[in-house]
Unconditional design. Structure first.
Lengths: 513, 163
């Protein structure tokens, strides 16, 4: 097979959590191995931590989630020195192609920074960008272009991929550049269409990724798995439906085989599912559980995001099998204690369903991490009280870790390309300038829910969680400081703008029809 | 009202065992077994503070030698309590005391100490008794008072936000 490149530098952008290796890197590595092409790996996030230390990483992280341009000079110098060092290592490696994965919109500024150094020091290396972050609009640079298109326009990259990199990247390495999804070829259908047969995908490889350096809780080595694309729900606050129009999944058997292979190859016992939901397809999930049980692999642990359903869909046998096969840590998007709010979100489960779910988890020793949204556009004071009461009611589940903790990072964010962002007129949403990006808004249909009120509710819920003994994230102190700064930035610059923050849906019609 | 549920197994021998549940010397429930398993609900409506729960096994006679009671599990509002709680109890009979004695042959009293509000008390005991959580989630290790203080400062400054 003739390949266009002789060696590829695989790079994951900074910054995101340090618990796990980026799945995007493992995917790129899997493609390189499949095509038998030499490659080297750099995870900027990990390298920042390893080479500059925890303190620099922590300090940078606060700006990563806001505006990296505001980074103090000393931090900027340290980070620049690191990025330059890596660019020079890539030069030394003899790579003629750089494939960079951008996990989300949060990593866009780091990517821009790194690519500027690449264009200065390794201008002859062909650059290709992929990952979900490439399709986010780069609002910070006052453009309506997605990040990949903006980087191409700025001559910071040669190519960017929208949609299934799994399809594009192997062909790109072979020299093919005229493909849907690559640099907007096709104009109206710019994305690489979604993969129909996920079982035919090239499998990721962790052979060159040293898992020892990642900072997972209890020093576990964790491998990320992906069993599906898209989601079976269209929750109003989530943009997954715009990224992946259809819900596609691998067979449970294929997933179980991959787990067995990773375990045999690396000895790793802990796995994280990057899927929107591990139980999106009940057919797949049951098949996975049954196959893992047949394999009789002991002491494996799986974590991932889980959706609550009524008892008819989630019989007790499923929970029993989950416990037997190691699915004992799940993150559940409960979002609100109010059924009215959850109905508007499209969550499709009742309070009774949550009661049943927790009773089953309690019975089989499955721990839950609850995701919660404070200040959803339709949330009234009574709805919020329902959330507080839910946590009061479930406090007993903290005793034996059936509820392990609550995620309370920010107040409600209205992201572009989400169903809620298309309800701007219906909810009479207007944007207010502040540092919080999509967090500073108010709704004429729920005028009591001011920015101040949302932060106030957030404080009340965090305080209640502390009172009741719920675990909060280790980053909670940073979250308090960040929310405070965002709230106060609104006070200082409270200019109401009904359009500036509204970004029309950008995903191609092919995906949205 | 909080309900503690005690799950037992028992053996019959010329009749079934009998139990009496007291909290702070106040008899709350009397229970006569009629099968080899039992679930006994004890409603707790107590003022905040320290309390003593006493389960008395009584009425066993000399011709009921093989009759015994085993405390299997304790639940609070359907949540199984960690084993340290039942193991913290002591079974007193004749002039002997067996720490963590959960199988009761002779007549005697099993004593458990606890605090109310009881759910808060169990939550507070959680990390201390269970050690680090075996999980892929890193809980906050911050001092609670520091978090409360940060929240109070945030709340104070939020007063100036007019939007």
């Amino acid at each position: 097979m003739t390949l266009k490149y002789k060696k590829i530098a695989l790079v994951a952008s900074a910054q995101l959590g340090l618990a796990r290796a980026p799945a995007g890197l493992a995917f790129l590595a899997g493609v390189c191995e499949h095509l038998d092409i030499d490659y080297s790996i750099w995870d900027l996030n990990l390298e920042l931590y390893k080479r500059q230390g925890q303190s620099v990483w922590d300090n940078c992280n606060e700006y990563t989630y806001n505006d990296l341009d505001l980074l103090p000079e000393d931090l900027k110098n340290q980070a620049t020195s690191l990025l330059k060092e890596i660019v020079l290592e890539i030069k030394q490696s003899g790579s003629d192609c750089l494939a960079m994965t951008v996990f989300s919109y949060v990593q866009m500024q780091w990517t821009e920074w790194f690519l500027k150094l690449c264009s200065e020091y390794i201008p002859d290396v062909t650059v290709i960008l992929g990952g979900p972050g490439v399709s986010s609009i780069y609002q910070l640079r006052h453009t309506d272009l997605v990040f990949g298109a903006w980087a191409l326009e700025q001559k910071l990259t040669d190519y960017y991929v929208l949609g299934e990199g799994d399809q594009v990247f192997p062909e790109f390495i072979k020299g093919q550049t005229d493909m849907l999804g690559l640099n907007c070829v096709g104009k109206t259908q710019t994305w690489q269409p979604q993969i129909e047969d996920m079982d035919a995908q090239i499998r990721p490889s962790y052979k060159k990724i040293n898992l020892d350096f990642y900072q997972s809780p209890n020093n576990k080595k964790i491998i990320t798995l992906n069993g599906s694309r898209g989601c079976v729900r269209r929750c109003t606050f989530c943009d997954v439906g715009a990224q992946w129009k259809k819900f596609k999944y691998r067979s449970g058997q294929s997933l179980a085989q991959e787990i067995k292979k990773h375990h045999n190859d690396t000895g790793v016992r802990d796995f994280w599912f990057s899927d929107s939901l591990i139980n999106g397809s009940m057919k797949q999930f049951n098949e996975l559980l049954e196959t893992l049980k047949q394999y009789q692999l002991t002491d494996l642990h799986f974590s991932g995001q889980f959706i609550v359903r009524p008892s008819q869909s989630h019989p007790e046998r499923m929970y029993k099998l989950m416990a037997e096969t190691g699915f004992t840590h799940i993150a559940v998007g409960i979002e609100s204690g109010s059924e009215r709010v959850r109905d508007h979100m499209g969550k499709k489960f009742s309070n009774q369903d949550i009661d049943y779910h927790l009773a089953m988890c309690e019975r089989y020793g499955i721990t839950n991490y609850f995701l919660t949204i404070v200040g959803y556009p339709t949330e009234t004071e009574q709805d919020f009280e329902d959330t507080l009461n839910m946590y009061r009611r479930y406090q007993r589940y903290v005793i034996n870790h059936t509820i392990l903790g609550i995620n309370l990072k920010y107040t409600m964010t209205i992201l572009p390309n989400t169903p809620i962002s298309t309800m701007q007129q219906e909810l009479d949403v207007e944007w207010i300038h502040g540092e919080g990006n999509q967090m500073e808004w108010r709704s004429g249909s729920n005028p009591d829910l001011t920015v101040k009120e949302r932060y106030s509710r957030w404080i009340r819920l965090v305080r209640l969680a502390l009172d009741l003994g719920y675990n909060l994230s280790e980053e909670v102190l940073i979250d308090i400081a960040t929310n405070k700064r965002k709230a106060l930035s609104v006070r200082e610059n409270a200019i109401v703008d009904r359009t500036a923050r509204y970004i029309p849906i950008q995903a191609p019609t092919e995906l949205l029809s | 009202m909080t309900v503690l549920t005690f799950k037992f197994s028992s053996t019959e021998c010329n009749g079934w065992p009998k139990l009496r549940f007291c909290v702070d010397d106040d008899v709350l429930v009397e229970y006569d077994f009629d099968s080899d398993t039992a679930s006994v609900d004890i409603p707790l409506d107590l003022i905040d503070g320290n309390h003593v729960l006493e389960i008395e096994r009584y009425g066993k006679t000399d011709n009921q030698t093989n009759q015994l009671v085993t405390l299997e599990d304790i639940y609070i509002q359907d949540v199984r309590l960690p084993d340290w709680f039942k193991s913290s109890g002591t079974f007193y009979f004749h002039d002997q005391a067996i720490q963590s004695g959960l199988i009761w042959h002779p007549n005697g009293k099993f004593i458990l100490n606890f605090c109310t509000p009881i759910i808060n008390w169990f939550v507070d005991q959680r990390l201390e008794r269970w050690g680090p959580i075996e999980s892929l989630f890193n809980p906050s290790q911050h001092n609670k008072q520091r978090l409360y203080q940060s929240l109070a400062e945030f709340e104070q400054e939020l007063n100036d936000v007019k939007v």
